[in-house]
Design a protein. Structure first.
Length: 383
């Protein structure tokens, strides 16, 4: 896949609309993790170095349902950009400006404050496009959305991919086209129904596939084991059996799990084999032997892709599996790609985010890309 890049645009003296992904976690208006903000800084710097007259940054945040909501204002992001860039970054009052004529960098208010964004409305796209001369897309995390700022702008203005988007596509394409062998994928998460398509696609490319998170209990049920009160999707059992048959001995499943009454701090936990889960308890993490098995698999691999936690890592009693995988990847020698979302948050929590080769800024987008889906945001940028 070849995209137009900044080298294909003459930005000197031009107003550049830059679509970023600043959909960062907030706690009472405070930014919890600014990784996505920092990831776009190289593109902003490149546009300034190439003498763009103005960089007009736009993004969404959360789900304000098409109307202004102070809980989702981009004001904290404007403040953080001001700190990181050491230059004032004013915030527009609305997603459509007005844009300050003297500000070299400007941030539009949350795009989703207007219903035209998610609906990809023609009028909203036209008005948004009128604010700039060129368009640069650096929001890989939104590339799977056919929204006005993702598709509409690219169709109306001379456009190109930013440095972050370019890197995301390059790294993920490498996983599908020419990974160093052996190639291990580790996939966790709550529902197997959400991951089955990408698991099937990954099996076309990987040498081994390791499963974690609550979705492993549907795999146990497919083997005839009881899962107690663990989350399990009965309607997915047949599909999981088919996947297991396709994968054969390439599939790695947990051999033990950590069980408890509920996933809360201070709760009493037990580690049990997967064929001995008590009927009155539920599993919330993979067990210690599974951790050792997965770390051994990581050490034996030349390429590792990881998406999805191994358990309820937000609670210390159930963070052992996710911590072990994160540490194994960070301390190993394999080329490592972590698929953003909760996995990226886990790397931040455990202090390993700078020790992997690439942390994707797009959780859902990275999975859809690896699944082989056509991402609407990439289509208008193709050469």
């Amino acid at each position: 896949m070849k995209l137009r890049t900044l080298d294909d645009l003459d930005v000197a003296g031009k107003r550049v609309l830059l679509r970023a992904d600043f959909n960062v976690p907030l706690n009472d208006g405070e930014i919890v993790d600014d990784m996505r903000i920092r990831a776009t800084l190289p593109t902003i710097a490149a546009l300034r170095e190439r003498r763009a007259s103005q960089v007009i940054v736009c993004s969404h945040l959360g789900r304000p349902k098409g109307k202004p909501d102070p809980a989702y204002t981009l004001a904290p992001i404007a403040d953080r950009l001001t700190e990181l860039l050491n230059v004032a970054v004013p915030l527009a009052e609305t997603p459509l400006g007005p844009v300050g004529p003297g500000a070299p960098i400007f941030l539009l208010e949350n795009l989703r404050f207007d219903p035209g964004e998610e609906a990809n409305e023609r009028e909203f796209s036209d008005r948004l496009a009128s604010l700039g001369d060129l368009y640069v897309d650096d929001a890989f995390g939104a590339a799977h959305r056919a929204h006005a700022s993702v598709v509409g702008l690219a169709e109306r203005l001379p456009s190109a991919a930013g440095l972050l988007l370019q890197k995301e596509v390059s790294v993920l394409s490498h996983l599908l086209e020419d990974p160093a062998r052996s190639f291990l994928a580790i996939v966790g998460g709550a529902k197997v129904s959400d991951k089955l398509p990408v698991l099937s696609k990954l099996l076309e490319h990987v040498d081994r596939l390791a499963i974690g998170g609550a979705m492993c209990f549907t795999f146990f049920a497919a083997q005839g084991f009881g899962v107690g009160r663990s989350l399990m999707e009965p309607d997915q059992v047949d599909a999981v059996r088919t996947l297991m048959h396709t994968a054969g001995d390439r599939l790695l499943l947990p051999v033990d799990v950590v069980v408890a009454e509920k996933p809360e701090p201070g709760v009493v936990t037990r580690t049990v084999p997967i064929d001995a889960i008590p009927e009155d308890l539920a599993g919330y993490d993979v067990g210690s032997q599974t951790c050792r098995n997965y770390v051994d698999a990581i050490r034996a691999s030349a390429t590792v892709f990881w998406n999805g936690p191994m358990g309820v890592f937000e609670v210390s009693e159930f963070d052992g599996g996710t911590r072990a995988v994160a540490a194994g990847i960070a301390k190993g020698s394999a080329f490592s790609v972590v698929g953003g979302g909760d996995s990226g948050a886990a790397l931040e929590k455990f202090g390993y985010v700078d020790e992997v080769d690439h942390v994707s800024t797009g959780g859902g987008a990275s999975l859809e890309f690896l699944e082989g889906k056509t991402l609407p945001g990439l289509v208008p940028l193709l050469v």
